[in-house]
Design a protein around this ligand. Structure first.
Ligand code: PMP
Length: 348
């Protein structure tokens, strides 16, 4: 080891799902939307000449559009490069007490990576045997709480009353609710931000808005919370949001009909597919997301994962305690899911 390496910050990075390069695959491994973004987004022209200029550092067009959509003031909205960026900023801004922050043992696996990176101590209360979050595990003294609702990779959603209960027990720390998948059937905690100035609700354009490639995420909360986050962001990088993201993101929000339509199609396919695979012996957790967390009574998840891959069907397998016999399957188009179903029927 070279001498300088002794002073390197060594971290174990988050490993995102594979992005295969080959064509003609069925990609059900990273929870993207199978449908394209709104035609309004696709039609919107960007004057490429303008790219020589810096973008609006405050991303006003996008922030105003998001705020208007949710009936909030623009000062209650923070935007970032995907919700990953927004969440990382929130961890950096709010979790500085030195006390352990709390999030479930099975949840989005980036939370512990940010905590490690930023030197934030953390504890991961275990989900119960049905993969439900146990509220009372979050009643103890802590440095902050992070709940994905619906949770990932389980897909299970809890009602707003459940989140409010956690908030009632956590008024002295920031509580982050990650609503990456809420549009597919979860109940949002957004109405609670008027009552709880320590609640930050985080959303993304990557799933329900079919825009994972543009990288847009946002947070909503009290003006105070958003101001603190912005101060940290502007101390780090003024121009996180690029010009196309600002313009096309705003355009997406304007087309609510298309948005509701595609979300409804995904939900429809999910319910049909769930029913079909239950008939061939799969256990399927209740999902309020655009994916299903599934396990078969006879065939090991790892085997299904590997055989599917040989057929150019990509799903997500986590080689982790408690969930290593499950697969997370993103809901694709009806046609894609029919092909996957045929494959599953053969294998089981
Ligand atoms: N939160 C959860 C629970 C997720 O599953 C994801 C997707 N990997 C994200 C946040 C981040 O999504 P993005 O950065 O694309 O907004």
């Amino acid at each position: 080891m070279s001498a300088w390496e002794a002073n390197v910050r060594k971290v174990e990075p988050y490993v995102p799902g594979e992005q295969p390069k080959e064509k003609n695959i069925i990609k059900l491994n990273t929870n993207e939307n199978p449908y394209p973004p709104s035609p309004k987004v696709l039609k919107k022209m960007i004057e490429l000449d303008r790219l020589r200029l810096y973008p609006d550092d405050k991303a006003t067009l996008l922030v105003d559009e998001i705020a208007g959509y949710h009936g909030l003031k623009s000062s209650q909205v923070f935007v970032g490069v995907g919700s990953d960026d927004v969440l990382a900023m929130a961890f950096m801004t709010f979790f500085n007490s030195g006390k352990k922050i709390l999030f479930p043992d099975i949840t989005y696996s980036f939370y512990d990576v940010w905590a490690e990176l930023l030197g934030i101590p953390y504890e991961r209360p275990a989900l119960d045997e049905d993969f439900n979050i146990i509220a009372k595990d979050y009643y103890k003294d802590n440095g902050g709480v992070v709940i994905a609702n619906p949770n990932a990779p389980t897909g299970i959603a809890r009602p707003i009353t459940f989140i409010e209960d956690i908030l009632k027990h956590n008024q002295d720390v920031v509580v982050i609710v990650d609503e990456a998948y809420v549009d597919f059937g979860g109940e949002s905690s957004l109405p609670l931000i008027d009552t709880y100035d320590n609640l930050l609700v985080v959303r993304t354009f990557s799933k329900s808005r079919s825009m994972a490639g543009l990288r847009i995420g946002y947070a909503m909360g009290s003006e105070k919370l958003i101001k603190y986050m912005s101060d940290v962001k502007f101390s780090y990088n003024s121009y996180t949001m690029n010009m196309p993201s600002i313009i096309l993101g705003a355009e997406s929000i304007k087309d609510d009909e298309y948005f509701k339509d595609t979300v409804a199609k995904v939900i429809d396919t999910r319910e049909w597919f769930k029913n079909e695979i239950e008939n061939i012996g799969f256990k399927v957790l209740p999902s309020a997301t655009n994916f299903l967390f599934i396990s078969h009574e006879k065939v090991a998840a790892k085997e299904i994962f590997e055989k599917a891959r040989e057929e150019k069907i990509f799903v997500r397998y986590f080689n982790k305690p408690r969930i290593d016999n499950y697969l997370r399957v993103t809901i694709g188009t009806r046609e894609e899911m029919e092909i996957f179903l045929d494959f599953l029927k053969k294998i089981v």
